[in-house]
Design a protein around this ligand. Structure first.
Ligand code: RIB
Length: 303
């Protein structure tokens, strides 16, 4: 069984709930302020660990109260933190989130996440069955080093290019599986894409990122998942649920997908499992604390 190494951000999510989002320049009354462990890297690591995978997180925290709280939380979820460093030069990453009507807005202040160095990511030793996972809330140069090392070891690399930003071909060439939503796909391919678009439009855009062997998985929320595998589409149907907070759902999908590939599941089964896991995540408040257990996903898939 392979291990999972997630290189990424660790944030404290400061969440304000309200009946609707404020317009620019407007002040509205909220209903609650909540503090949830988050950050795309931490969320993906928690998802994988709760689903039973041996998971190591690589990242940085500030030497402050949020940092201590996050370290305690992540350890309690079974995430190996031997490669999470404390740094005195910056505060712990913080995300300011508003949640209204199940939708969110997020402003991330990277803090210690921006201090992740290539040396941090060169430290862990990966093996052939392992899976290396990353996203875009830490410096891209460090991710490139991490994936080069993973490739040299024969491990599988999964990139979730979120939040979307332009990146070098060198990094894309190191990616085995690209997981992104329609907004990120639109941004990276320079196309206007909406979640209501025909599948053919997504496939066409995905093709430009796929290259020869790269798998591209487009997560489409309640419409499910569309993957492009060796030029052929693979469709996983969506699950109708009543979402209350979609924060971290994409991270849940990525962590769950990695957890299944690490135990040797085929891609179709792994995508179906990840889709089911994400459908549980959206029915709970918060990012990392809303990740499901293996028993919950198995129960849903058996139902
Ligand atoms: O993907 C959701 C995450 O994005 C939140 O937990 C927040 O911290 C931001 O990184």
């Amino acid at each position: 069984m392979g291990r999972i190494f997630v290189a990424g951000s660790i944030n404290m999510d400061v969440v304000a709930t309200a009946e609707r989002h404020p317009r620019v320049g407007e002040t509205i009354a909220g209903s609650a302020v909540l503090y949830f462990p988050g950050g795309k890297g931490a969320n993906q690591a928690v998802a994988a660990a709760k689903l039973g995978a041996a998971t190591t997180l690589i990242g940085r925290l500030g030497k402050d109260a949020f940092g201590q709280e996050l370290r305690t939380f992540l350890a309690a979820q079974g995430v190996d933190l031997s490669f999470v460093k404390d740094t005195a030069e910056a505060h712990t990453g913080t995300a300011i989130i508003t949640v209204a009507d199940a939708d969110n807005t997020i402003v991330v202040v990277p803090g210690a996440n921006a201090m992740v160095r290539s040396e941090d990511l060169a430290a862990p030793v990966l093996a052939r069955d392992d899976i290396a996972v990353s996203q875009f809330e830490i410096p891209l140069a460090a991710i490139t080093v991490f994936f080069k090392q993973a490739r040299a070891a024969g491990a599988t690399t999964i990139l979730n290019p979120a939040p979307a930003r332009k990146f070098e071909r060198e990094l894309l060439d190191l990616v085995d599986i690209l997981v992104l939503n329609e907004t990120e796909l639109g941004f990276l391919t320079g196309r206007e894409l909406r979640d209501s678009d025909e599948r053919a439009r997504f496939l066409d855009a995905a093709r430009s990122l796929a290259g020869k062997d790269r798998i591209v998985c487009v997560t489409l929320g309640k419409r499910g998942v569309l993957a492009l595998v060796k030029g052929e589409p693979l469709v996983v149907a969506g699950r109708e649920v009543k979402a209350i907070d979609t924060t971290g759902a994409g991270d849940c999908f990525v962590g769950a997908l990695a957890s299944q590939l690490a135990i040797g599941s085929n891609l179709r089964d792994a995508l179906g499992y990840a889709n089911a896991a994400a459908s549980i995540c959206v029915q709970r408040m918060g990012a990392a604390p809303s990740m499901p257990t293996a028993a919950e996903v198995t129960h849903l898939l058996g139902a």
